[in-house]
Ligand binder design. Structure first.
Ligand SMILES: Cc1cc2nc3c(=O)[nH]c(=O)nc-3n(C[C@H](O)[C@H](O)[C@H](O)COP(=O)(O)O)c2cc1C
Ligand code: SF4
Length: 519
């Protein structure tokens, strides 16, 4: 064991901000000074404006410093960082920073705290307690536990996870699969990446529990190819879990078998749509399948398949370890538990904020995120990725809750919040939504394939002030057709950002401003 320990995040966001250079500079400086220091490449604590945020283990606990650059390294060592020495970058106990202290970290409890490559560290921080309980409960009771927790899918649709698992469990015994959707294509989202890089064993445990619950022996993580750090972290963890008997035959000494592997995504947004994803794993082009049959009945290679988002599956170990009630006790209405919300765009304090459902958008963007990076007033927020509505200020008191968002024609999706200041041109954002759909459409159905292209052309006319009102009515009519006639949510939900932009920001489209009271 080394005399000292230093945590330098290996998370892709921290690396993008220079964490690798900082780690190398520390390594070199320690070697020159003959200091015996273990450098752990941990996940990010989720406060991106402080990255690279390093933490030194001191006699008083972990002390953070950030944002650190390679040029600060010598000064930090001279300041005595392993005694928590004073320095202009000293943050103290990072868990006491208000952005962190106010969170309810159920799913992200270990991210940033543990060494993502160490199974021993995972187990020392309550890892595999959920699997142990699932083995004791057996398959059917494990499914019911997840149902009772109220967990809903975090990939976008908010479908109850327990019902999905029940459907697969009730299929006749035989080959079944667990597929983890780690395609994370939504703009402004990074929760899946952060947990795979910072705490990969949680996903392995969640998938193993899912396998045990429904009688599946094989799992796939479909991870977007743009996430090389996550793919590497998952592969390292899978190997370690297999070596220790947590994957393979008779996992953790039980009668259950389960193994898994990572598949690299094909680089299309639509490959995050569950049936298109299954096609892609099967080696085919990512084309959406018509439903029914549901993947739960006829999924991967025609077999019953649970397909869940990374965060849905990573919520399961907590639920099993602490009981369904502990999870269901927090939340709002039918939205139970916590949501890892991702604050991005033109934002002062961006990052990952896990909190119980019910928090309002205003608390999030004005208080937690501290408003915009530019310091100008917030004009709009897009919640739920490229298919989510643009919300104006008068809707910021909406609580984070699936039903409350549906009521205002919006969606929570994967929990991404992208903030825009007063300089945003909402007509250009509406055009972007249509263009995104045109570029990413799988091409299977006409309203989406043709409609999105016509949408871009017509919005171009609106922007160029050509017969504006008539063309806006064509856009609205087109949106109606896309909503009702598209096979999947790519074409079906693109109208939401477009119509919300027209409705809430009419002045950007050459229409008079509607008063809030008139809506
Ligand atoms: C165009 C499109 C893209 C999607 N992309 C993702 C994605 O990147 N990740 C994800 O988990 N779900 C995505 N979904 C939702 C999935 O189809 C599916 O609902 C989800 O994987 C189910 O898991 P859950 O119940 O745990 O949310 C997408 C859906 C559509 C229509
Ligand atoms: S809506 Fe678009 S992405 Fe979905 S099936 Fe139709 S063409 Fe493909």
């Amino acid at each position: 064991m080394s005399a000292f320990k230093l945590y330098v995040p290996g998370d892709a966001a921290a690396v993008a901000l220079g964490a690798d250079r900082v780690a190398k500079a520390f390594e070199k400086a320690f070697a020159e000074k003959g200091m015996d220091v273990e450098i752990v490449r941990n996940g990010s604590r989720g406060m991106h404006w402080l990255e690279p945020l390093v933490e030194a283990v001191t006699p008083q606990g972990r002390v953070g410093y950030g944002p650190v650059k390679a040029k600060h390294v010598a000064g930090l060592i001279d300041a005595g960082l392993f005694e928590g020495g004073e320095h202009e970058l000293r943050l103290g106990d990072v868990e006491k920073i208000p952005f962190f202290a106010r969170q309810q970290r159920f799913t992200f409890a270990r991210v940033g705290l543990v060494d993502p490559a160490s199974l021993e560290d995972y187990v020392a921080h309550d890892g595999y307690k959920g699997l142990k309980r699932a083995v004791e409960l057996g398959g059917p009771a494990t499914v019911e536990e997840v149902f009772e927790s109220g967990l809903r899918g975090r990939g976008g649709a908010g479908f109850p996870t327990g019902i999905k698992w029940r459907t697969v469990a009730q299929c006749p015994p035989g080959q079944k699969y667990i597929v983890c959707n780690a395609d994370e294509g939504d703009s402004g989202t990074f929760a899946d990446r952060m947990i795979m890089e910072g705490d990969p064993f949680t996903l392995i445990e969640g998938m193993t529990i899912a396998g045990l619950a429904v009688g599946a022996t094989k799992g796939y993580v479909y991870c977007r190819s743009e996430y090389p750090h996550a793919i590497k972290a998952m592969n390292v963890a899978i190997k370690a879990a297999r070596k220790a008997g947590y994957l393979g035959k008779q996992i953790a000494g039980s009668d259950y078998d389960f193994d898994m592997e990572v598949r690299e995504g094909a680089g299309a947004y639509v490959c995050g749509e569950e049936t298109s994803l299954l096609e892609s794993i099967e080696g085919k082009r990512g084309l959406v399948r018509a439903k029914p049959p549901l993947p739960a009945h006829k999924g991967l290679f025609g077999k019953p398949t649970v397909i869940n988002n990374v965060i849905s599956l990573c919520s399961v170990p907590f639920i099993l370890a602490n009981g369904a009630k502990a999870y269901a006790d927090v939340g709002f209405g039918r939205s139970r538990g916590t949501m890892p919300i991702q604050l991005a765009g033109n934002v002062k304090y961006g990052g990952l904020y896990e909190i119980a459902f019910g928090v309002t958008l205003r608390e999030l963007v004005e208080d937690v995120a501290g408003g915009t990076f530019t310091g100008k007033p917030i004009r709009a927020c897009q919640v739920g990725g490229p298919l989510g509505a643009y919300l104006p200020e008068h809707q910021f008191d909406t609580p984070f809750d699936y039903e409350a968002f549906t009521k205002i024609d919006a969606l929570i999706g994967h929990g991404g919040v992208v903030i825009f200041d007063e300089d945003v041109d909402m007509a250009r954002m509406a055009r972007f939504a249509m263009e995104f759909c045109a570029v990413e459409s799988c091409g299977k159905c006409t309203p989406c394939r043709i409609g999105s292209t016509r949408g871009v052309e017509t919005l171009d006319k609106v922007i160029a002030n050509k017969d504006r009102e008539r063309n806006l009515q064509v856009v609205e009519d087109l949106c109606h057709t896309m909503k009702l006639g598209s096979l999947c949510a790519l074409g079906g939900f693109t109208p939401y950002p477009v119509l919300s932009a027209i409705k809430h920001f009419p002045e950007d489209f050459g229409r008079g401003h509607l008063s809030v009271a008139a809506e």
